[in-house]
Structures are given as structure tokens and as C-alpha cells.
Design a protein around this ligand. Sequence first.
Ligand code: ATP
Ligand code: MG
Length: 380
Amino acid sequence: MVHTPLIGILGGGQLGRMTALAAIRMGLRVRFLVPRPSGPAEGLGEVIVGDWKDPAVLRRFAEGCPVVTVESEWAPADVLEPVLPEGTSLWPKAETVRIIRDKGRQKRVLAEAGLPLPDFACCTTLEEALAAAERFGYPVMLKRYRGSYDGYGNFTARSPEALKTGWAQLAQEDGLLVEAWAPFVRELAVLVARSPSGEEVIYPVVYTKQEDHRCYLVQAPAAIDPAVAEEARRVARAAVEAVDGIGITAVELFELADGRILINELAPRPHNTGHYTIEGCYTSQFENHVRAVLDWPLGSPELREPVAVMVNILGRRSSDRIDLRGLPEALRVPGVAVHLYGKMQVRPGRKMGHVTATGSDPEEVRRRAETAADLIARYL
Ligand code: ATP
Ligand code: MG
């Protein structure tokens, strides 16, 4: 009979996979609940495929787990919470997930905490949206409250006509969030790990480069003014406290030309901008997520080397065949770590894996990571 703790993970994508790998390394066991068969969770522990909105299925899944966590803000933490078996904790709390899941509510909570955000308005009608855009000035971002990722669900409107088009495409019963354009010079991100007993560590401020609204590259640390980095950390920490995030909470930020920091959005889980931590830091975001939800001591978020660069491997076509012809060649690039997520299908833009390189010269490190990622992605 094995008595090591069993950690339950709601969801079976790459974030669940890498969380499980960190847990397994520390001798823990993992159990996934996924709504449909998942490549990334395959072979890492017990995988329950079932209707994860069904309280009975959720309860059975959680039975025997001292802790259950989520790998996605869409995981049904709120359905699980009321039926949690005795002796099982859920971290982050369902309430944290509920706040973050709804972009309107998330903004209101952060604004009430006095945190810096682009101006925003929760608009239920097109007329309200046009009036808000008039107040903010064009361009504005239209955002669905729920269900967006990688920029799906967002629309940049540069004129009232464009706003009408975007509204017709995206608006749901409760309308859309209208957000002032943030004239950023850089996008940054900060990860915070927090445990239920209040221990907290903050990862370095990273630079994140988006292409087509999707994270493409992350460089740690961001090459920014130390005062700006300090402000980014202050804002991130306060934002995570405002939503009472437990485990890893990621904070996406905009840096403006005058050094001001605005919050873009939060994620109540490990994040793409933290994959570099696996090789780049003493304790990865995934390991600290596991330690935090178990209320175990947190590890150091410090960088092991001066620079780490992570580049995503994005799919380039649609197929059920994953062609890894480029992998051996990528592995010839010195000092890169290749991560592939075991997904069963490839689609254009889909995150299939990532590459991390570390070293001391940012340009050289970035070149290695990009070369290796491209060698793999060209066949995907
Ligand atoms: P993801 O899941 O990839 O984080 P998402 O679909 O939730 O993304 P957002 O984070 O809201 O979308 O926006 C995606 C990108 O669009 C941002 O990283 C940024 O590049 C751009 N963006 C979002 N809001 C604004 C804004 N107010 N001003 C300028 N650019 C913005
Ligand atoms: Mg985002």
C-alpha cells in the first residue's frame, strides 16, 4: 500500500502535465480528471475521463486526494467545492477561480483594490460600448468576459464602425468588456507562489513577446529599469493578494513609456510565461505550485543563470499525425531543453511544446532557443 500523497488535477493539458511531472519527481502520485481523453496526461498517473461538471464524478475523483488543484480557470472548481470530501482541500479556492474566470469581475476586484489597470467598462449594450469608447478614445479592445484564450474572444476596434462589427461578432447576453488601449512599450509577467499559511515567493519579472495575441517568447529577467521591475513586483503581489490566489498565480502586465505598470490579466495557475523556470530557476513554477497547494515550504524562485529564454513550439498545420522529424536536429543545438506535450493533434498556432535555453548573453541564448524551436515546428 502506497501512502505518498495523491494530488488531484482538474484538467489534462500541458500545464497539468508539467505540474504532474514536478509532483512525481517529489514522490507524489497524481490523478487527473479530464472531460475527454488527453494526450498530455497520458502515462503520468490515473486518468479519469468523465463529465467533470457532474458533482458525483467530481466527488469520486477527489476522494482520497489530500489536495485538488486546477490547471485551468475553466476547470469546474465551483462545482467541486460544495462536494469536497472530508480531508480534501481545493487550492486555489473556487472563489479565486470565479473572480479570474470573468474578466469583468476580475477588473472590478483589482480596481477596488486600487491597482493600476487600463480604463474599462462592462457594457451590456452596443450603445454603452460606443459611449465608453468615445470616453476612452480609439482604439479600444473588446473582450468577452469568459472563455477566451490566446486572444480568441478579443477584438481591436479602431473606429465606431469597427466597434459595431466587433460587437456583432463577439457580444454575448451580458455584452462585452470595453477596455482602453494600453500604449505599452513591453509586455511583462510576474508569477507569485503563495501557500495557504501565507508563505509567498515572487519570480523574476519577465519580458513576454506576443505574436497574433499569443505568447511566442519569454525572456527572464526582462531587461528593464530596476525601478520598473520593483513596481511590477509590487503590483503583481498586491493583485494576487486581492484575489487571494493560492498556488501559482500569474500576472500579465503592460509597461508604459513613462515606466508605469498596468495589469492586463491574471491566471490562477501555472502559466506559459513561467515555463522557463523549469531549467531557469532553482524551483520551477510547477514545483512551487505543488508545494504551495500542499502547504509545504516554498523553494527559491531565483534564476540559476543570468538569462533564460523560452520559445513556444506552435503548430503550423492541421493533422492527427505528429511529425517529430525535427527533434533530433533540435537536440543538436547545445544547451537547450526541449519539452513536447504529447498532444494527439496539431493545429495552426496550437502550443505543442516549448524550448528553453539558459546562459549569459541574451541574444545568444535567444538564438539557441529559437533555432531549436523552429527546427521542430517546421514539421508540425
Ligand atoms: P491569453 O490567454 O493568451 O493570455 P487572452 O485571450 O486572455 O490571452 P488577453 O490577455 O486579454 O487575451 O489579450 C491578449 C493580448 O492582446 C495581450 O497580451 C496584448 O498583447 C493584447 N492586449 C490585450 N488587452 C490590451 C489593451 N487593453 N491594450 C493593448 N493591447 C492589449
Ligand atoms: Mg492574456
